[in-house]
Design a protein around this ligand. Structure first.
Ligand code: 3LM
Length: 399
């Protein structure tokens, strides 16, 4: 199967095959890694044609590379978009995308809670250049509606939200934005779900961004990102946000590792989801736990919207202990199997404290305003036998 979006094939099959044709590559089962910075031209006319975008073909690896192209075709296929751009990091994808889409005087309407560095880029980066960042609680649709203005160019959110696990209705927010103006670009950070669980482009979003460092790579051995959407916008992001603004180019060897990771994406997501569900159900019953935030729990406030738009409830959990921050520190320091680390989506169960780690760029006041509590603990359920993870958590929670 080559680069076509063959919708008759299932997700698992496309995860293994889409975008790669072994017969065009000496029969090599796995894709070649083109370690080259530049590409030779047959003559001056061909080189000039490629630079002008009038002729197909690669010319410099800051813009494109054949190995990268395989990953981009596969991601576009899985997200059901026209095109994709792979980048050196999730932040590379987010920054390349937003630098391309906004100018001074424009407004970005964002959910009140964002991954720490995305918040920092908006608040400390784009604002400095005259872009207005407007926050709203995206679970409150009337509030979103009231904050759309003629300056709004982008509507941006994560779902489930890192780290507090709110779930935002992608179809409803996209409809609100498009109802106000067709020109508004709706961007969803799909890192927590991956297309194995949720495909925002089929629900009205324009662009999807990813930290491929997480579930897509899946093994905690690389940093990468991607943006997926319509071919014209992706082309603009490649030629401006990537080529001129960030230079956040993905290395071909990293592409190879992500393609390898994606082959098992659906299998891994199934196990991450099963493990997270069992862990969340244990935590919900535990006397030391005050609250568990996981949309797979029947009485989670976001259970219904998650059930509507996600194929399963994901591998991420947040919790609040009865003893607050102090109890959280005690628990984290007692873990034996689960690793104390930021990042997520790896084979290993990872646990961290957002207020002092992933979301520490927010000030204490900002965290309070943006819905991130000081005692929150975040768990990325790994692929270990769930009984072993639960036993570790129970011993860490014991008096
Ligand atoms: C983390 N998150 O532990 P990279 N979007 C989302 C993310 O969670 C992340 C990015 C984008 C974490 C990283 S914190 C120092 C470690 C929803 C990253 C950015 O540039 O690939 O790290 O992606 O939550």
């Amino acid at each position: 199967m080559s680069s076509d979006t063959n919708s008759k094939l299932s997700f698992a099959t496309r995860s293994v095959h889409a975008g790669y044709d072994s017969t065009a590559n000496e029969g090599s089962l796995n894709p070649p890694i083109y370690m080259t910075s530049t590409f030779t031209f047959d003559n001056v006319e061909q080189g000039a044609g490629r630079f002008a975008g009038e002729q197909q073909g690669h010319f410099y690896s800051r813009i494109s590379n054949p190995t990268q192209e395989i990953l981009e075709t596969r991601l576009a296929n899985l997200e059901e978009g026209e095109a994709a751009l792979a980048t050196a990091s999730g932040m590379g994808a987010i920054t390349a995308t937003l630098w391309t889409l906004v100018a001074p005087g424009d407004q970005i309407l964002v959910d009140e809670t964002l991954y720490g560095c995305t918040f920092s880029f908006m608040e400390h980066g784009l604002k400095k250049f005259g872009v207005d960042i407007c926050y709203a609680d995206f679970t409150n649709h009337a509030e979103v509606q009231s904050k759309l203005t003629d300056q709004t160019k982008v509507v941006y959110f994560e779902t489930p939200v890192n780290p507090n696990m709110r779930v935002i209705d992608i179809a409803a927010i996209s409809a609100l934005a498009k109802g106000y103006s067709d020109a508004i670009k709706v961007i969803v950070d799909n890192t927590y779900c991956t297309p194995a669980l949720q495909r925002p482009l089929t629900m009205g979003a324009d662009l999807v961004v990813h930290s491929a460092t997480k579930y897509l790579g899946g093994h905690g051995d690389l940093i990468a990102g991607a943006v997926v959407g319509d071919a014209e916008t992706i082309h603009q992001i490649r030629l401006f946000g990537l080529k001129d603004m960030t230079g956040a180019v993905i290395a071909p060897i990293t592409v190879f590792l992500i393609l390898r990771g994606i082959k098992t994406l659906q299998l891994r997501m199934e196990r991450h989801c099963q493990n997270a569900q069992a862990i969340a159900e244990m935590l919900e019953q535990h006397p030391a736990v005050d609250q568990v935030f996981f949309p797979g729990l029947k009485n989670d406030p976001w259970h219904n919207v998650a059930a509507k738009q996600m194929d399963d409830f994901g591998g991420m959990i947040a919790l609040e202990l009865k003893g607050g921050y102090k109890a959280g520190v005690r628990m984290l320091n007692k873990l034996k199997l689960a690793k104390l680390a930021v990042s997520l989506g790896d084979a290993e169960t990872l646990i961290q404290h957002p207020a002092s780690m992933t979301h520490s760029v927010y000030t204490v006041e900002e965290r309070a305003e943006h819905g991130i509590s000081e005692g929150l603990v975040r768990i990325s359920a790994g692929l270990e036998a769930v009984g072993d993870i639960i036993a570790d958590l129970e011993q860490a929670l014991a008096d």
